[in-house]
Write a protein that binds this ligand. Structure first.
Ligand SMILES: CC(C)[C@H](C(=O)O)[C@@H](O)C(=O)O
Ligand code: SF4
Length: 466
């Protein structure tokens, strides 16, 4: 029998029609929409007089540009208000489920999908958003699409897709103390570069990956896109099933049993081949931080910023430009650099385990005076748990400011902007120039490292801060 990878199995099960030498017509099980990339798609449908084919396969939430204070009041920013209102109108008109601002399951689209059990193994999932790759943690094929494809999915529940190449990244062994899944993915990207997986769909495998919780797996799949991959996925296992069991949209009763036995088949066959393979040893991974302006520019927190040795021409120029933006010199240590802001949130690390990790670390401590510390839960559910578990009290006592759910300072489309020239250590996924505000300098790290930085006020090794 033909040996198949997990990716092949899910892909092949969703091809409606194979077009010789052309892209496949590909069926989409679930479609998430948010306020930024859906309005034009709906507008075009309207112009064409076309409806939404399967409204119950689409779920919406406003997340990108919503304010994170006073969410019960009218949104002040005009563009944001218009986009959120458009999303509301479009969902209402087409009978699409919407988790609106202030409702129990509002939040970042990639946080609420898994939380509600909408995201399930073996599914195909799309959203007009690159970090749709997050959902791959469940053994789903999940990827971002453009607005014209959003329109196509709304109208037909299908898109045209050429099958990407397949890559497997295996991480075996045990993680050291203070090393988290965020460090794994920052490490991988630093090794293979921000373009290293371009054209591939990545399967993450190995004992270090299997040992992770669902939330930690989501952090890894989330950042697949930051190394150029179309998406990333992890074979579902007992951890996945335990996470999903009893969730609102997960199958129930006899359907649950049937689903789990199907899901258990979703793994790469022994002997199946990949177009490219990488292997890493978990023991080599230490707490990581980025020093530059793409997520591949990462080093261990105890490391030095690379020198320009061996770099030439435009590469060297781009590298120095990036360091100049960050205000860093080649060869210097990153530890001890003063920081102004910390941001805990986003679809990478804005889930309850992340907030627990930060709260546990800062309990009984105070943030440093030079630090402004923002904590933005990924969803209302996360916010609720953070209150119930007493985490908010701990964080506020330490001097953190809690905001309401949304993308917030991850991309600073709302008022949550880091001022120009200031340094932010952030649990999010992108450190591009101006990402967190014009002129803002972003350094990506794990929630644990961010917590340690909040307390010391400078780049530090969380393993050394008691
Ligand atoms: C606004 C949206 C289209 C964008 C994306 O696709 O990822 C955003 O979520 C981001 O993280 O940059
Ligand atoms: S939290 Fe950040 S990365 Fe995630 S969807 Fe929002 S803007 Fe994009």
């Amino acid at each position: 029998m033909e040996k198949k990878t997990l990716f092949d199995k899910v892909w092949d099960a969703h091809v409606v029609k194979s077009v010789p030498d052309g892209p496949d017509v590909f069926f989409i099980d679930k479609h998430f929409i948010h306020e930024v990339t859906s309005p034009v798609a709906f507008l075009n449908l309207e112009k064409r007089g076309v409806g939404v084919l399967y409204p119950n396969r689409t779920v919406g939430t406003p997340d990108h540009n919503v304010p994170t204070i006073d969410q019960d009041k009218t949104i002040k920013d005009k563009l944001s208000r218009m986009q959120v209102e458009k999303l509301r109108d479009n969902c209402k008109k087409h009978g699409i489920e919407l988790h609106d601002l202030g409702t129990a399951h509002h939040g970042i689209v990639h946080v609420i999908g898994p939380e509600l059990g909408i995201t399930q193994p073996g599914m195909t999932i799309v959203c007009g958003d690159s970090h749709t790759s997050t959902h791959g943690a469940f053994g789903a094929i999940a990827f971002g699409i453009g607005t014209s494809e959003v329109e196509m999915v709304l109208a037909t529940q299908c898109i045209m897709q050429s099958k990407p190449k397949k890559m497997r990244i295996t991480v075996d062994g045990e993680l050291g103390a203070g090393v988290t899944s965020k460090d794994i993915i920052l490490y991988i990207i630093s090794k293979i570069s921000a373009a290293g997986a371009t054209g591939y769909f990545v399967e993450y495998a190995g004992t270090a990956i299997q040992s992770l919780s669902m939330e930690a797996r989501m952090t890894i799949c989330n950042m697949s896109i930051e190394m150029g991959a179309r998406g990333g996925l992890i074979a579902p296992d007992e951890v996945t099933f335990d996470y999903l069991k009893g969730k609102q949209y997960a199958p129930q009763g006899a359907d649950w049993e049937a689903a789990v036995s199907e899901w258990k088949l979703l793994k790469t066959d022994e002997g199946a081949t990949f177009d490219k393979e990488y292997s890493f040893d978990a023991a080599d991974i230490e707490p990581m931080i980025t020093y530059g302006t793409n997520p591949g520019m990462g080093i261990k927190v105890v490391g030095n910023i690379p020198t320009t040795d061996g770099m030439e021409g435009s590469n060297k120029k781009t590298y120095l430009k990036s360091l100049d933006y960050m205000g860093f010199q080649p060869g210097e240590a990153i530890k001890g650099k003063k920081v102004d802001f910390v941001f805990v949130g986003s679809c990478t690390n804005g889930r309850i385990e992340d907030i627990r990790a930060v709260a546990q670390f800062v309990k009984g401590k105070k943030k440093a005076e030079n630090i402004t510390a923002w904590i933005v839960p990924g969803s209302r559910e996360v916010e609720k748990l953070a209150y119930e578990e007493g985490l908010v009290a701990i964080l506020e006592a330490a001097g953190f400011e809690l905001r309401q759910p949304g993308c917030s300072a991850c991309l600073a489309m709302n008022d949550d902007k880091i001022p120009a020239g200031k340094y932010a250590v952030s649990t999010s996924n992108r450190n591009f120039e101006g990402r967190q505000g014009p002129g803002a300098r972003t350094m990506l790290a794990s929630p644990l490292t961010v917590a340690a930085v909040a307390v010391t006020g400078e780049i530090c090794d969380p393993r050394e801060v008691l």
